[in-house]
Design a protein around this ligand. Structure first.
Ligand code: KMH
Ligand code: ZN
Length: 275
């Protein structure tokens, strides 16, 4: 089995002032996307910024971003509906109207550093149902073990996503969520036995947990998400220079594991995203 590599290049948490290499303009995002695709990424998880490099969910900008990424790459375009912790629910739901291939859907509330990443059940159900209506394939974001039980409850009550395939992303090592350890990943892997057969997972480790989580995920049959949304230090004392540096490292690990990167076409087939 090959490895699905998702790049999450920007996120909503780091500032351009603190992390100058962060892609924040559309041009920077598109160049990053092209280079990461050439290295082996097949999915891009997108948060965008406004003219002052602040996180935004502006629908016009989101539509322009989806169009530009489609024009320049074959990557699967996954928009974040998580946004920033300050984003209101209506704006997060409206992200889906920008017409991405995929979108994230976080499966519960979690403490997020000193903040709270609020995901009321009604919002989770609303995102799931609107994605079914619009033909957007979800990636269920799991910040804690119980979020997998919540996903089981969601699917039991409201049915499978469009395409019929279930894919989750374990976001590990957020201060307030599950730790970025092999033990936590294995616990999630066990809990996934209760999800529909064929459910796939990727994993990302925040900060210094990026490497242990990558190795654990590859050895457990999982896929990888990397990028400056999650990791801004490459090694002790060495800031990340670019998203490409992180994708290249993930590709190297995947190749060592004899699970080379999936092409975008293979990733679409795996995730049930139409060509
Ligand atoms: N920025 C975080 C508060 C997602 O993209 O769906 C939420 C997040 C999850 O990044
Ligand atoms: Zn995100």
């Amino acid at each position: 089995m090959g490895t699905l590599i998702t790049v999450a290049p920007t996120g909503a948490e780091s500032t351009k002032a603190d992390v100058p290499a962060l892609p924040v303009t559309l041009d920077e995002l598109v160049s990053t996307a092209k280079e990461c695709e050439a290295l082996g990424a097949s999915v891009i998880h997108v948060h965008i910024r406004d003219g002052e490099a602040r996180p935004t969910l502006d629908l016009g900008r989101l539509r322009e971003t989806v169009a530009a990424l489609r024009e320049s790459t074959d990557l699967i375009v996954q928009l974040s509906t998580g946004g920033a912790v300050t984003d209101p629910e209506d704006a997060r739901l409206a992200v889906l109207e920008a017409g991405p291939d995929m979108a994230s859907c976080t499966m519960g509330t979690v403490n997020f550093g000193d903040d709270v990443f609020l995901n009321r059940w009604e919002l989770v159900v609303g995102l799931h149902l609107r994605m079914q209506q619009l033909g957007v394939v979800p990636e269920y974001e799991i910040f804690d073990l119980g979020h997998l039980t919540a996903l089981q409850r969601l699917l039991d009550r409201w049915g499978l996503p469009v395409g019929g395939h279930v894919h989750v992303d374990l976001v590990m090592g957020v201060p307030g969520g599950m730790p970025g350890t092999t033990e936590a990943l294995v616990a999630c892997r066990q809990a996934m036995r209760d999800l529909p057969e064929g459910t796939t997972f990727s994993a990302t480790g925040i900060g210094r947990s990026t490497i242990p989580v990558m190795l654990a995920s590859l050895s457990a049959g999982g896929h990888l998400r990397v990028g400056m949304e999650d990791t801004v230090t490459y090694a002790k004392g060495r800031p990340v220079e670019s998203n490409m540096q992180l994708v290249a490292r993930a590709v190297g690990f995947a190749q060592l594991a004899q699970r080379p990167p999936l092409t975008s076409a293979e990733a679409r087939a795996l995730l049930g995203v139409p060509a």
